[in-house]
Design a protein around this ligand. Sequence first.
Ligand code: TMP
Length: 216
Amino acid sequence: MGRGLFISFEGIDGAGKSTHVEALADRMRAAGRTVVLTREPGGTPLAEQIRSLALHQAMDPLTEALLMFAARRDHLQQVIEPALVRGDTVLCDRFTDATFAYQGGGRGFDWQTLSDLERMVQSLPASEDGLAPELRQPDLTLWFDLAPSIAAERLAGARLPDRFESQPVAFFEAVRAGYARRMEEGPSRFARVDADQAREKVWDDVCRSVQTRGWI
Ligand code: TMP
């Protein structure tokens, strides 16, 4: 088991999480932590190549789900687990909840199959006392929740959309429902942040979620 801290950032495209990832990295560094800032899909040379395929090439839902988990496996082995062993703080722009939300919720891919893949990819060695968790999961997942119609307005004209950003609002309604289901399944790990507020208010909520856990 790593000694570090693992925080993931989630939400539909346009929810505005990315600026807060950077800001929290600065805040954590100011608090004396060594921060590894990374993202999924991506975070290693191999996973970044998978990212460009997954975001731009047409493929069936199983291929898409397998690629997300393949990228994650490499990312865990090369970056996340070594950082946690060193005691670093890993801030990850998206992790497995995105697969459940986008491939499970958005694409309608079988939830149980995703759980099986999650187990395969994120299993940890059994601890001697049996108290440690069996699966690598973030210590905290900040879910930036926003109505898809508002997110679509924010995204409009921002840049050339990829295969996900170009989906209709109904797709993002299903992605949002996927995040809600994940939060129901593991509520202690999640903090839902209302992303339909001024940026400073969102930032206050982010800080509060981290402070109440005693991490800054
Ligand atoms: P980003 O634009 O926030 O970096 O995320 C890239 C896109 O990939 C985003 O639209 C969500 C999508 N995605 C999935 O569909 N499944 C996943 O497992 C991950 C990590 C991202």
